[in-house]
Design a binder for this molecule. Structure first.
Ligand code: NDP
Ligand code: 2IT
Length: 414
């Protein structure tokens, strides 16, 4: 097997956040790593080979569960970090799910529907032996949305003959859940709202919010923030960011990104700036929702200098370690993605529950469960931090709460 250990820098970052005298070494090792070549034929008849990955980190809290990412920048080390994080996130949801992550260096940008389908089918042919509703249940992530999940799940059913909920985030006609598409972004706003209420006795109303990205998480975070009374003044993609001081019209963003698969800079009348400069825009609340390391020290310094009070991560590992330290030492309320973006996997868990019971719950029912789960996550990380004298250190709260539960599940008393 490949080196199944977490990279040392990330292991150290995690251990530094807890400061315990000893750790169970099993927590820092993947249980299984599957690496495979994915060879597929494009619509011109040309063959291509991409790398495929599935890192099954830990199943002590339930079957492996976590998204698939299709992006040219992926590496095994990144998937190991993401699968490790997912293990803790999934414990925080309080639902029975272990941690995994996977995907490919395939780049869906600019590819035809034919090519995306061809790739998804070839990918699933290799992935299918490793997944199943009681073993490992993948879902979407960057570059994998409803269209890709449809192609993946249809292929899964064809090659295995099973229709058993071995993927979540499915389209509704294949057994998907209402509110899964909205879940990560809405959940991010629900936990942020709980933080605003608990720590600052305020709400989203009339706050200025900056949201990076313009994909699944960003769009529905913007939608909920606006519903809660905030003004969203900036969004971005990998090529640029837009600043709209009077507030973004989300229908225009949806039309550009969801319908036309275009570029955010096509937003009419927006001020166009480089992607990274989005953190220089004055705001009360920043919700990074694009990708890892998108807020570095410079970004964190700009946010603090402009009076931002709250940073909650929609993307996984949005902030570099330096950025987190800077934000925390400047009394910014900061929630790490493993807690604040857990809404997506939570509704994936509810999708599994619905599939197993042969039910389809209403949007309102799923949304209410989601809100309850996010509020419970906040209470658990808030209370854990407080109990140990680390008030408002939500990195500590999230890591300690989930680590202790994981150790309990091993039945080990270190
Ligand atoms: P999407 O593919 O729908 O959107 C990703 C967005 O981020 C796009 O706007 C994309 O820009 C931008 N982006 C991606 N990579 C980069 C990069 N290297 N630099 C700058 N911008 C980039 O993905 P999601 O919205 O699903 O995922 C966003 C984040 O949220 C990820 O970190 C993911 O892990 C996390 N997440 C997702 C969940 C889900 O259920 N989908 C659940 C929990 C967390 P462009 O269009 O130009 O590529
Ligand atoms: O990072 C994440 O939590 C996801 N991409 C969602 C995982 C899932 O299984 O729904």
């Amino acid at each position: 097997m490949e080196n199944n250990k977490l990279d040392l820098a990330y292991e150290k970052e995690f251990k530094d956040s807890l400061g315990l005298s000893s750790y169970d070494p099993r927590v820092f090792e993947a249980e299984h790593i599957h690496l495979f070549d994915v060879t597929w034929t494009d619509e011109k008849g040309e063959k291509h080979t991409n790398k495929g990955y599935r890192v099954q980190w830990n199943n002590k809290n339930g079957p492996y569960k976590g998204g698939l990412r299709f992006h040219p920048s992926v590496t095994l080390d990144l998937f190991k970090r993401l699968a490790f994080e997912q293990t803790f996130k999934n414990i925080l949801t309080t639902l029975p799910m272990g941690g995994a992550k996977g995907g490919s260096d395939f780049d869906p940008h600019g590819k035809s529907d034919y090519d995306i389908k061809a790739f998804c089918e070839a990918f699933m042919d290799k992935l299918a032996p490793f997944i199943g509703v009681e073993t490992d249940v993948p879902a979407g992530d960057i570059g994998v949305g409803g269209t890709e999940i449809r192609y993946l799940y249809e292929r899964y059913m064809k090659v295995t003959g099973k229709h058993d909920c071995s993927l979540t985030g499915k389209p509704l006609d294949l057994g998907g859940s209402l509110c899964r598409k909205e879940a990560t972004g809405y959940g991010l706003c629900y936990i942020t709202q709980k933080l605003l209420d608990t720590c600052l006795s305020t709400s989203f109303k009339d706050k200025t919010v900056v949201i990076s990205g313009s994909g699944n998480v960003a769009i529905y975070a913007a939608e909920k923030a606006m519903q809660l009374g905030a003004k969203v003044v900036a969004m971005s993609d990998s090529t640029s960011a837009i600043h709209v001081p009077n507030g973004i019209d989300l229908d225009i963003v949806k039309e550009i990104k969801e319908v036309r698969k275009g570029r955010i800079k096509e937003y009419p009348g927006a001020i166009i700036i480089p992607t990274k400069d989005i953190w220089k825009i004055k705001c009360d609340i920043a919700l990074p929702c694009a990708t890892q390391n998108e807020i570095d020290l410079e970004g964190a310094e700009a946010l603090v200098a402009n009076g931002c009070k709250v940073v909650c991560e929609g993307s996984n590992m949005s902030c570099t370690e330096e950025a987190v330290k800077y934000l925390q030492s400047h009394n910014i309320y900061y929630i790490p993605g493993k807690a604040s973006n857990a809404g997506g996997v939570s509704v994936s868990g509810l999708e599994i529950e619905q599939n197993k019971a042969g039910e389809s719950w209403s949007f309102e029912k799923v949304d209410a469960r989601l809100k309850g789960i996010m509020e419970t996550i906040f209470e658990n990380i808030y209370n854990t931090a407080k109990k140990d004298g680390r008030n408002n250190d939500f990195v500590y709260g999230a890591n300690k709460y989930a680590y202790d539960k994981l150790i309990e599940e091993y039945g080990t008393n270190l």
